[in-house]
Write a protein that binds this ligand. Sequence first.
Ligand code: ADP
Ligand code: MG
Length: 231
Amino acid sequence: MINVLGITKKYGKFKANDNITLSVGSGELAVLLGPNGAGKSTLIKSVCGLLRFDGSVTIDGHENHTTEAKRLLGYVPEFPVLYPMLTVSEHLEFIAKAYRLDAWEGKAGELLQRFELNDKKMKLGKELSKGMQQKLSVCCALLPQPKAIIMDEPLVGLDPHGIRELKTVISELRENGCALLISTHIIGSMEENWDTTYIMVKGRIQRVCRRSDLNANQSLEDVYFAITENK
Ligand code: ADP
Ligand code: MG
């Protein structure tokens, strides 16, 4: 569903992404794990079509800059981008109109309920806490029911209920056949769910770890520290 082939991204002379190749199938949760500055957000922005880069990205076979690809892909950025003067409800209405969704109110109501935003519907974007902004950003990405979802450090800033709810939603999306690519710098934050973890250090994928590769004597943490300590 998400196919990334040989992405290289430079900021001036600095290579933030160096020849990254990865793929995420339907019903698969791929984790992009790496320290701060590894290049995770740069990669995600390239995949979502927000940066120019060398290489190619397709979403279900469509080049990532096409309308077809954009319709299939949901994106939760590292820092929520909301409209300060629109209410919570108006944000969802705006997405519904932009995507020409019909019968979206039920889905919007369900998302607001799940993320405990029901009593915040009339609050303005500028009045929301960081956690509420994050939750609304997730609701906006999920409203069009995308087939592929990319989330950049989605658990950061959420309270324990928010974290539990988002993890549950992520499991359900995976079970329903969505392709998920989720970045994090926290090992084990997707513990119940992940299929593949791409360990990224200094702009490169240093290891592709399938969950089925690990045995009882070897945790993801062991693999991560073995790689990152000599980098
Ligand atoms: P991560 O998300 O893994 O923390 P980023 O992709 O945000 O990493 O950053 C990777 C590297 O690229 C860092 O060294 C960062 O300082 C640099 N970088 C990110 N954005 C820019 C930019 N717009 N201009 C120059 N350097 C940048
Ligand atoms: Mg980042």
